[in-house]
Design a protein around this ligand. Structure first.
Ligand code: CUA
Length: 319
C-alpha cells in the first residue's frame, strides 16, 4: 500500500478538477509575484523622483497634478487586474463543480473519526457500503454527496479535488475524477476532535472493468464461515460488543455505529487509514483500539486468547 508522498499533494494533480485548481494557484501565484515586483519597481522610481524633487528649488518642483494622475492610473490598473482575475476565478470555479451526465453517484458520510462510503445506483438506492476506501473508475467523474453524522469535517483528497466541508444536517456536493490509476490519500481537513489527524482515507482509481468487478464483489454478502475456527470466530463476533456497532451483511450483525465489515479483509487500511490491514494490526486494533486512536468510540474487546484468535481468523475471511 503506502503510497508515496506525492500521492497526497495538490502540487501533483491527477484529475480534471485537481488540474484546474493547480492552474488557478499557478496563475494567482505567478501573477501575484509579477505584480509585487512591479510595485517594488514603481516604489523605487517614486522615491527617486521625490529625492530629485527635494534637491530642486521650489519653483522647479513637479506639479501636484502629475502626481494625482500617476495615483489614479495606478488605481485603475490595479482595479482592472483584480476584476480580470475575479472573472477568471469565477469561470474556473464554475467548471470545477460541473460534470458530464454519466457521473458515478456516491455518498460519503463523515463520522468521528472515519469515513462511511455508500455506492448508489441512478435512483439513489444503496448498492454497496464500505469505509475509508473509495474505489473509482479512471476517466469517469464521481459525483459525491457529502454528509456528516456529528461535527463538521472536511473531505480532502488533494491529488483529485479541493477541500469540501461535511456539515451536519446538510448535503454538500463535490465532483472529482482521476485520469490515471493509482491510490491517492485523503485526509480530514477540518479539526473535528481528538482523532482529527487520524481520519484519513484512500481513493483507489482503477480501470473501469476492474472497478466494476470490485463493486460487484462489495455488493455481495459476506462469505459464510468455512471452517470450525471461523464458525467460532463468528460466534465471538456476535457475542462480543462487535455486533452492536458493526454490520456484516448476511449475518445478524446489522448495526451502523461503526464501519460495515462485510468485506473488511479486502481493504488496504484499518482505523481510517492509520494502520495497514495486516493480521497483527487487526488484532492490535480490536484488542486495544484506544492505544492506536486515543478517544476513538470503539471500546476495547476483552477476550481470552483463544477467542481473540478465532475472531481474528473470522475477520480475515471477510474478503
Ligand atoms: Cu474529521 Cu477532522
Amino acid at each position: 500500500m503506502a503510497p508515496s508522498s506525492d500521492l497526497q499533494s495538490a502540487l501533483n494533480p491527477r484529475g480534471r478538477e485537481a488540474d484546474l485548481i493547480h492552474e488557478l494557484s499557478t496563475v494567482l501565484f505567478v501573477g501575484g509575484a509579477v505584480i509585487f515586483a512591479l510595485v517594488l519597481v514603481f516604489l523605487v522610481v517614486a522615491l527617486g523622483v521625490r529625492r530629485r524633487d527635494a534637491e530642486r528649488p521650489p519653483r522647479d518642483r513637479g506639479h501636484g497634478r502629475g502626481k494625482i494622475r500617476a495615483v489614479v492610473t495606478a488605481a485603475l490598473a490595479s482595479a482592472a487586474v483584480l476584476v480580470a482575475l475575479l472573472i477568471y476565478e469565477f469561470g474556473l470555479t464554475r467548471s470545477l463543480v460541473a460534470h458530464a451526465g454519466d457521473a458515478l453517484p456516491l455518498r460519503v458520510v463523515a463520522h468521528q473519526w472515519w469515513w462511511e462510503v455508500i455506492y448508489l445506483d441512478d435512483s439513489s438506492q444503496i448498492v454497496a457500503r464500505t469505509a475509508n476506501e473509495i474505489h473509482i473508475p479512471v476517466g469517469r467523474p464521481v459525483a459525491i454527496e457529502l454528509e456528516s453524522r456529528d461535527v463538521i469535517h472536511s473531505f480532502w483528497v488533494p491529488n483529485l479535488q479541493g477541500k469540501v466541508d461535511a456539515i451536519p444536517g446538510r448535503t454538500n456536493r463535490v465532483v472529482l475524477s482521476a485520469n490515471e490509476p493509482g491510490t491517492y490519500r485523503g485526509q480530514c481537513a477540518e479539526f473535528c476532535g481528538l482523532q482529527h489527524a487520524n481520519m484519513a482515507l484512500y481513493v483507489v482509481a482503477e480501470p473501469p472493468a476492474q472497478f466494476h468487478a470490485w463493486l460487484e464483489h462489495q455488493r455481495s454478502s459476506a462469505v459464510a464461515p468455512a471452517d470450525e475456527l471461523a464458525v467460532e470466530g463468528q460466534r465471538v463476533f456476535m457475542n462480543a460488543p462487535c455486533a452492536l456497532c458493526h454490520t456484516v451483511r448476511g449475518t445478524l450483525a446489522m448495526a451502523s455505529a461503526g464501519p460495515d465489515l462485510t468485506h473488511l479483509a479486502s481493504r488496504e487500511s484499518l482505523a481510517s487509514g492509520v494502520l495497514a490491514n495486516t493480521r497483527g494490526n487487526l488484532a492490535a486494533w480490536f484488542m486495544d483500539p484506544q492505544h492506536t486512536k486515543p478517544g476513538t468510540h470503539m471500546p476495547a474487546t476483552h477476550l481470552d486468547s483463544a477467542s481473540a484468535d478465532a475472531l481474528l481468523h473470522y475477520l480475515q475471511t471477510l474478503k
